[in-house]
Design a binder for this molecule. Structure first.
Ligand code: ZN
Length: 319
């Protein structure tokens, strides 16, 4: 077991059990999910988005989220994150003991109506209600509350979204009681210049400490280039999915999160500590492959292997 309390430079947040599984048709068994989460945590991953509190009829793949949260909470020093579409989901997340809750707000109102069936005003109302739930939760059970600006780099239904609209919604989320906002390239439209520009824009509105993370997809092959741009712009949390599985089932054509294995390799090669043991991370793929034999797993490192004499930035105990 790697030491999950040592210092890291970049937090890699694994979203496969949520973003990955919600977009595949096969329902992964609760036992396989637990094995996956436990193995990634044992490899040194410190934050995992383990599910989503959406109605089971909409996403049967994630119907066991409360059970998965309860299991993940038994793993020491793991931040257990979940997605919540509304205040009802947030209440369930708080009751289950989640450490972090993320409310997606699509900056494209057309996408918001298609995805959450809510206008911007209605989502902000939910954010206000969630902020109240979080504040009223007993000490020690108050999750970190993030509002995620999804389709921030463009929408498959609307195209580019005006800067002023993104800035206004970021401010509204903070006013509603979010601890921070995140940027999400739901559609894979981002490029490195856009990443830098939007981080500057949103940080200018909410302040640097209230924007630390980004959720990127590799739809057009720019995932790692965009991750590097985000690092250059000062972000410290990057979402990724084991084997790159996932995407947004409500955005036609969008698929593929950035690959956790390749991202961790890039960061460690650059001298940035993630706390993750790459060899052990690669071993986790076998669990997912066995549980989802029809799904394609992506990534370059798994095939190419580590370079000879590779020295990761994270100092790992001798086996
Ligand atoms: Zn995603």
């Amino acid at each position: 077991m790697t030491d999950r309390t040592s210092a890291i430079d970049i937090l890699v947040s694994e979203v496969g059990p949520r973003d990955g599984l919600q977009s595949v048709a096969t329902i992964m068994s609760t036992e396989a999910k637990k094995a996956w989460i436990a193995a990634e945590a044992a490899a040194g991953v410190r934050e995992i988005e383990v599910g989503s509190f959406v109605p089971a009829r909409l996403l049967p793949q994630l119907a066991d989220t409360a059970d998965i949260v309860a299991f993940a909470k038994t793993i020491p020093d793991l931040t257990v994150a979940v997605l919540v579409p509304n205040a009802r989901g947030a209440a369930a997340a708080i009751a289950a003991g989640a450490d972090k809750i993320t409310l997606p707000l699509s900056v494209s109102e057309t996408h918001s109506l298609a995805n959450l069936r809510r206008t911007h005003e209605q989502v902000i109302d939910e954010a206000v209600a969630i902020g109240k739930l979080v504040r009223e939760a007993p000490e020690g059970r108050r999750p970190h509350f993030e509002g995620s600006l999804s389709t921030a780099f463009g929408c498959t239904l609307e195209g580019a979204i005006p800067d002023a609209q993104i800035a206004r919604l970021a401010a509204a989320l903070m006013d509603a009681g979010c601890d921070e906002v995140g940027l999400s390239d739901t559609t894979g439209y981002a490029d490195p210049a856009a990443v830098k520009r939007l981080i500057k824009l949103v940080r200018g509105v909410v302040g640097d400490p209230a924007l630390t993370g980004i959720h990127l997809h590799n739809t057009r092959g720019l995932g790692l280039a965009n991750a590097l741009a985000a690092l250059d712009a000062g972000l410290t949390t990057l979402d990724a999915s084991l084997g790159g599985i996932g995407g947004c089932p409500f955005a036609p054509g969008a698929s593929g999160n950035i690959v956790t294995e390749d991202l961790v390799f890039m960061l460690e090669a650059m001298g940035l500590r993630t706390g993750i043991d790459i060899d052990r991370l690669l071993e986790v793929r076998a669990i997912v492959t066995a549980a989802l034999p029809q799904e394609e797993m992506f990534g370059f490192l798994p095939d190419a292997k580590l370079p000879l004499g590779f020295a990761p930035a994270t100092l790992l105990e001798a086996a």
